[in-house]
Design a protein around this ligand. Structure first.
Ligand SMILES: Nc1ncnc2c1ncn2[C@@H]1O[C@H](COP(=O)(O)OP(=O)(O)O)[C@@H](O)[C@H]1O
Ligand SMILES: [Mg+2]
Length: 339
């Protein structure tokens, strides 16, 4: 029988916590369903486990590691002092403790977070990426002539579609300037402006370190959005149930892809995963044009792991129950070399 691993589940919190904080009220909420799901899976797997949520005090974590001495840390902490840019620093700290942890390390998180650097690496390797320009805060706002409308204006280093709305889709220099200014001022982010790629939107879930398993492909469909309207996974499109209903937005398994195209998508996604030095598990977001060209949009290491989100849905379709998925992620974490 496999040794019963001691697992520390590590979460982030939006306010200060204590070592023995009772998190049961939070764990009953929608916002904490991933955390609750992972804890339930750990119990089902029979792993002795404890959990800790950190806000801005790494010393809590150090103390917990000393008293509980986990064999592995299940890392679900992706912000520090409410700052999502610090996820790579949290895993740097974990790596320095020498204790194995799940998911992606610092370099993969850093490369994927920067929507410009990731695209530069991939386009060097001839993977299709939208043409783009980066406009830092405080710099003159101008569209390079080579960049063709329509253009999508995004925060350079955000996720979960923060700062992305229908107004992010711009077709004139005036709209371009207005939206860039808005992102600079209101979200305090540098901007990446990308040529808009028209096409189907795919989410490809991958598990592994060296040998990679690609799960069945998911698609965001826009059933009620008129054909000539832009189709974008805006903040509302992701998180507002009313809005999703009104426009017929649904995350489903991609249909009608022939075997060749499926294989091509899988192989591009595996290359992307390796080129961006991802460990553990990730979801790669793509667009497929009418000419069947595959365009990289972004890679999400440590994607949302809730049972009803795309990653776990895809894994389930491939025959991995939620607890087995959690177990696979742990086994991979134990084997990941963090150098
Ligand atoms: N270049 C692009 N062309 C077409 N659609 C895009 C492009 N970039 C982003 N999108 C749309 O915006 C969504 C969010 O963009 P993304 O870069 O994934 O940001 P986030 O990290 O916030 O999820 C994508 O899922 C896609 O629907
Ligand atoms: Mg995305």
């Amino acid at each position: 029988m496999r040794k019963k691993l001691k697992v520390l589940a590590l979460f982030d919190a939006v306010r200060a916590t204590t070592l023995d904080q009772d998190l049961s009220p939070e764990l009953k909420t929608e916002n904490w369903k991933t955390e609750a799901g992972v804890l339930a899976a750990l119990n089902e797997l029979g792993y002795p486990n404890e959990h800790l949520a950190i806000f801005d005090d790494l010393d809590l974590l150090r103390q917990k590691l000393q008293t509980f001495t986990p064999d592995v840390i299940f890392n679900l902490a992706d912000q520090f002092r409410n700052n999502r840019a610090f996820d790579q620093h949290i895993v740097s700290f974990l790596a320095m403790t020498g204790i194995p942890f799940t998911g992606c390390g610092a370099s993969g998180l850093t490369l994927c977070k920067h929507k410009g650097i990731s695209k530069k690496i991939l386009s060097y390797h001839r993977i299709h990426t939208p043409d783009f320009v980066i406009i830092p805060r405080g710099k003159r706002i101008a569209r390079p002539k080579r960049l063709k409308f329509p253009i999508l204006i995004k925060p350079l280093k955000e996720e979960a579609s923060y700062g992305i709305s229908q107004a992010s889709f711009v077709e004139t220099d005036e709209q371009f300037r207005e939206r860039v200014e808005f992102i600079h001022e209101k979200t305090n982010n540098d901007v990446i402006a990308e040529e808009y790629i028209e096409g189907r939107e795919f989410y490809v879930s991958i598990l592994g370190n060296h040998r990679l398993q690609v799960f069945p492909i998911r698609e965001l469909v826009f059933r009620e959005v008129p054909p000539d309207e832009p189709k974008i996974a805006t903040y509302k499109a992701k998180w507002d149930e009313e809005y999703r209903k009104r426009w017929g937005l649904q995350n489903v398994f991609a249909e009608g892809l022939d075997a060749n195209l499926t294989r091509k998508i899988e192989s591009v996604c595996k290359r992307i995963y390796k080129l961006l030095t991802i460990d553990g598990y990730a979801r790669v977001d793509l667009r497929l044009t009418a000419a069947n060209e595959i365009y990289f949009i972004e890679a999400n290491p440590n994607p949302i792991l809730a049972a009803d989100e795309d990653f776990a849905e895809s894994a389930r379709k491939a025959g991995l129950s939620y607890p087995s998925l959690v177990d696979r992620i742990i086994q991979l974490g134990l084997k990941t070399v963090r150098d």
